[in-house]
Design a binder for this molecule. Sequence first.
Ligand code: ADP
Ligand code: MG
Length: 642
Amino acid sequence: MNVLELHHIDKNYKLTGGELYHALRDISVSFKKGELVSIIGESGSGKSTLMNIIGGLDSDFTGKLLFNGENIGEYSEKQLDEYRKNKIGFIFQSFNLISHLSILDNVTIAMTLSNVSKEERKKRAEKILEQVGLKQHIHKKPNQLSGGQKQRVAIARALINDPEVIIADEPTGALDSGTTDQVLKIIEDIAKRGKLVIMVTHSDKVAAHSSRVIRIADGEIIDDRKGRELAYVEETADSSDFPKGTKNLSFASAVTLAFQNMKAKITRNIWVSLGASIGIMSVILMLSLGGGLKAYVNQTINSMINPLVVEVNMDNHTEEPSVSKEEMNPLSGNSTPFTEADLETLSKIEHVDSMDKSVNIMGFGTNSIIYGDESTSVLSISTMSPNVTDSALLDGSFPGDNEIVIQDEIATALGGDMIGKSVTLKWLVDEQFYSADFIVSGIANNNYVNFEDLAQVYADNGNELQPTTVYLVTDDESHTDAIKAEIEKLGYKGSAQEAMMKLFNDMIDALTFVLASISGVSLFVSAIMILVILYISVVERTKEIGVLKAIGARRKDIKRIFVSEAFLIGLFSGMIAVTITSILGWIANRISSSLFDMNIVQMEMSYITFGIVTSIVISMLSGLLPASKAAKLDPVDSLRRE
Ligand code: ADP
Ligand code: MG
């Protein structure tokens, strides 16, 4: 039975300008198993065109091509890929080995595309390479071999999937006469073992080795005659001892192939990854910087706050209608004082153990502290509360009964060493001066006395001191949030510090977002850079893509290899970004902790993950276009490329 039958094959090339070039005319010929056919003809006579059609690389022709009785013209794209992968072995004049892959990987590429396991691939490749006498060169790269050796590797590659037809387009065209004989001997052996070998040549000497010689001129067969008889060798079932993979190129293999290519262009890929990492790096850095600033602000403010204490103020806004201006306590900086009913409500909140009243007396030039002949005006006098923490105290101790803590500027103004001295506090209440004597117990950032001491002075003057702030004390930190929520529900206000902290946090968040977005622009630049680099890679590897297709790679496989390359660039640049950010962050933190005793850059695991994932996603998205360009390349065009 005929392995191949060609019936009235015609091929026209479309030229630019709409003209057609008639490259093959009415070719009808059939081939049998075990034949070694030489196709001989001048350059441009149509030999390669015919081989591409037989090899399933070019389906744009008229006429019928039968393989074992099946019409190739009716094959789907998938069947055609399978046909090229498993039925046909291609050998080219210029070897077309993939330079960044080892001999072993070059030979087994068709099996890799079928997802055959690594061990099985190696076993099979060793056997085939032994047949062509190259077993010891298995780990070399193509450019470490001579021309004859390269062609023998290409022959091994063509044989790897045990195809029925071997197509060799001028296999000895680039070889000297010594190696030509070697290669011809191997090709002859293949035919002798029962395969159909179709070999293109324009040398009569080469054609003399074959069992049949077909002459072609101007796209027509002009002669077809028998050559010498080949002595057949009985083949011991070769096809049964290796697995014909039916599966497709695995993602892991695609990544490995991509990695091998990237390794061959390592310098370029390092620079690209470095460039692409800058965007990710600045985004991570901005986020971490925002985190560090927020932590610093919160830590600073929290250090001034006792976590067991909840500060409550009257909410001026909601209370305004019920409290007239005259009713407001003029001593408390125009804050609304609490009524007895308010105090009662607050003390009954769940988990509140005790309640401290407090006022803050503001005076603009009216209030003063007098020591002997010295007098200095005071802006603000606060009462002690549980919320005043040790961090406020600069020297001495907090005030006991009839004691006062004074501000350090005031201490300096009064003569310096004031602790233990008796001073007079004088302040204006309802157009009348109140005054009282206190012993200085300490120096702080503000002036503090006890609420009870002040209240006594008011009582002595027939007046009543009403608190404008109360502090609710609880026994466990875990209750403070619930208490805060409750006072808000009741219509009171929290502490000014807390409101400030929230404001700061909101501002830092906004700032971080703006800065990170600006850095995000560089992500766009990275994306374009990766796109360009992959396009260049596609152009550079056009021939390789043609070879892969001739070997049976599907569009999907080609796409997968390029997307994997984009994936790897994304992964590398993400990792570079994280590494550099860590180093920069460490340096920044060393500096900031020696200056302000804080870590300005606070990197979190989530930023790292975000950075790497974003990098991979951006890179893969940019890789899609070049990858589909690669997948769409026409194999015949790609192979013709020099
Ligand atoms: P051979 O292999 O015998 O040297 P080819 O099969 O490569 O010849 O080419 C046969 C003819 O078809 C040549 O004249 C060539 O110029 C033409 N040809 C080949 N490929 C194309 C193409 N893609 N577009 C137009 N003409 C082509
Ligand atoms: Mg040719």
